[in-house]
Design a protein around this ligand. Structure first.
Ligand code: CUA
Length: 347
């Protein structure tokens, strides 16, 4: 099943009045509701996230039992007297309750946690995708060649896209993670844990979706102004659909001449963006060859439509404070409309 990728889960208004207990409960409902959905660790849809969720439930149950036990002991200690329980009751409680019990519980937990780890390191058997954390978006390259070199940069080549990663269901896809400047963290809560993207090295994470769907990802490491607006979508589809998607991404742009292309090139957009099939070959910003086929604009921020494209070009900083792309509000409205219309045709 496909989730709605634009589901915003708005946070509740803060409630302050004492009389508003019912209000507070009502206000908490949307928060509880956000315990599910395409960006929740509770909607485990990957092999790793399932394992993490299981670990969480067992730890929650264990912690609840231990909490009750410790509260019981405290009550017992308050009422205990040497006459009733013997002079050495204090020492016995400290040795058994304070030393032996936590040592055994923590040792078991450590063993169980470590024992799960080899499962997360099982080798990939699916495609290999390189994802670079940019400010503040995700550069995605399918079918990359070679291993990270001595300089520890991501392998290049392949088919480039942005802010959306398609992966096959039931296969273990290896994601190579890097960054050119600042540290980000790659996190798709419904599929797996977090992995840092660190300049000068390449980290790896394997995503193994068990259910087809669109899952939201976020940057989980403060990286600058637009950190909170650095989202992505992971689209898990059957293998044949994945292959067809990558093949479509490898094609040049659908429309490679006309007024839109002229305005795009004439206003300097090509200094930063690539549109394959046209002379635009910039590499600073996202590849726009098939921008209209993506689910979102601005890295998970906006629905992908003409209106939002126009608004983004005109006032990037307004839509996404901290974005590296300058606002092009000084262009005539007609130029912006022509460019947005053309980009809207690049499916
Ligand atoms: Cu990228 Cu926070």
């Amino acid at each position: 099943m496909l989730h709605d990728p634009t589901d915003p889960h708005p946070p509740p208004e803060p409630t302050r009045s004492r009389a508003g207990a019912a209000k507070a409960v009502a206000a908490a409902l949307p928060v509880l509701a956000s315990c599910s959905g395409p960006q929740s660790t509770f909607t485990a849809a990957g092999s790793e996230s399932e394992s993490i969720l299981h670990l969480f439930y067992v730890m929650l149950a264990g912690a609840s039992v231990i909490w009750l036990f410790v509260i019981g002991l405290s009550l017992y200690a308050v009422r205990s007297t040497p006459a009733r329980d013997g002079a050495r009751i204090g020492v016995r409680l400290i040795v058994w309750g304070g030393c032996v019990f936590p040592t055994v519980v923590l040792a078991l937990l450590l063993y169980w946690g470590l024992e799960k780890m080899p499962g997360y390191r099982r080798p990939a058997d699916g495609p290999r995708i390189a994802v670079s954390g940019e400010r503040f978006w995700w550069r995605v390259a399918y079918d990359v060649e070679g291993e990270p070199g001595i300089v520890k940069s991501l392998p290049t080549g392949g088919v480039e896209s942005a802010n959306e990663i398609w992966i096959p269901v039931g296969r273990r896809t290896e994601i190579l993670l890097g960054s050119p400047d600042v540290i980000h963290s790659f996190w798709v809560p419904a599929l797996a844990g977090k992995t840092d993207m660190i300049p000068g090295r390449v980290n790896r994470i394997v995503l193994e979706p068990l259910v087809a769907g669109v899952y939201n990802g976020v940057c989980a490491e403060f990286c600058g102004d637009a950190h909170a607006q650095m989202g992505l979508r992971v689209v898990a589809v059957p293998e044949a659909e994945y292959a067809a998607h990558v093949a479509a991404m490898a094609e040049p742009a659908a429309v490679v001449s006309g007024r839109g292309v002229d305005a795009f090139l004439g206003n300097g957009c090509a200094a930063c963006h690539t549109v394959r099939g046209t002379p635009a070959a910039g590499s600073v910003g996202p590849d726009l060859t098939h921008v209209a086929s993506r689910l979102t604009l601005g890295a998970g921020l906006l629905e992908n439509n003409r209106e939002n494209l126009t608004a983004f070009i005109r006032a990037t900083d307004h839509v996404k404070p901290g974005v590296q792309m300058p606002a092009f509000g000084m262009l005539p409205d007609d130029d912006i409309a022509v460019i947005a219309n053309w980009l809207g045709e690049l499916r």
